[in-house]
Design a protein around this ligand. Sequence first.
Ligand SMILES: C[S@@+](CC[C@H](N)C(=O)[O-])C[C@H]1O[C@@H](n2cnc3c(N)ncnc32)[C@H](O)[C@@H]1O
Length: 282
Amino acid sequence: MHPLETLLAEAEGFAGPAPDAALWQRLDWLDRLERWLPEDEASPIAGPLRARRDEVEAVNQRLYVALRRDPARLRALLASHPGHGAPDAAEGFDARDELLAGVLDLPVPGAPRVPLAAGMVAYQPTPVRHVLDLLARTGLGADDELVDLGAGLGQVPLLVALCSPARARGIEIEPAYVAVAREAAQALGLARARFACADLRQADLSQGSVFYLYTPLRGALLEALLARLRAEAERRPLRIAGFGPCVEVLAAQSWLRPVGPVQPHRVAIFEGAAGAEAPSAE
Ligand SMILES: C[S@@+](CC[C@H](N)C(=O)[O-])C[C@H]1O[C@@H](n2cnc3c(N)ncnc32)[C@H](O)[C@@H]1O
């Protein structure tokens, strides 16, 4: 059978009354359709397929709207993904990112208004499965506050507030991103997710029990931020979670010790190492 005919046959039942159960199938189907359809726009079944695509997208859209007010249902759905609980260490995004994008409905960011200085990293979101991995491994409670250092559009703090009892705070230099994140928190009724517009070089780090970095800074700027986090770690117990190239730098810090695996393309978690040497006075 031609791939487009197979797709049309497969889609039977997608618009049925149990939209949650078949979400992953529907997203996979849409993904394959997007790859095949442009190749065969002239095919006689392209029209029926486009009509079916519109129906399937409308079913997903209704589900996303319902999930905005039902975090427990969102959590159950995320946990039903075939990859749940077996985090791969691969790059890239999967259907969980599509689901969260549908629920959060964040606008595509325009060009930043604040130009980033050398050593500052542009916006790129952490894939959802890695945030879920972080949540599973940190077991955040109601007394915790996760601080996302360089929070972009706020996806990590929003997901933390949706999926855990912890408070979550994002610190981001770009005011337009902060405005989007605050608006999303308000629309979702997430009072536990807050956002500050600040430069990490001066931002207040005195609150927070877990600091998350998806490599917002590099080189000397990252080292300076870590020196400030070290000073905080001398005052109170805290954990630092990293993703991306900053993990290598975190792993090299004598005052941090890894909690669990440290591997490429996976969140690595560290805590202040007891007995770490005090920073030299130089
Ligand atoms: C790689 S993105 C990570 C986004 C988000 N943490 C996530 O994981 O989805 C890095 C973010 O850090 C922000 N950033 C870079 N330099 C910064 C600085 N000096 N102060 C605050 N935010 C900064 C960028 O604007 C960008 O949104």
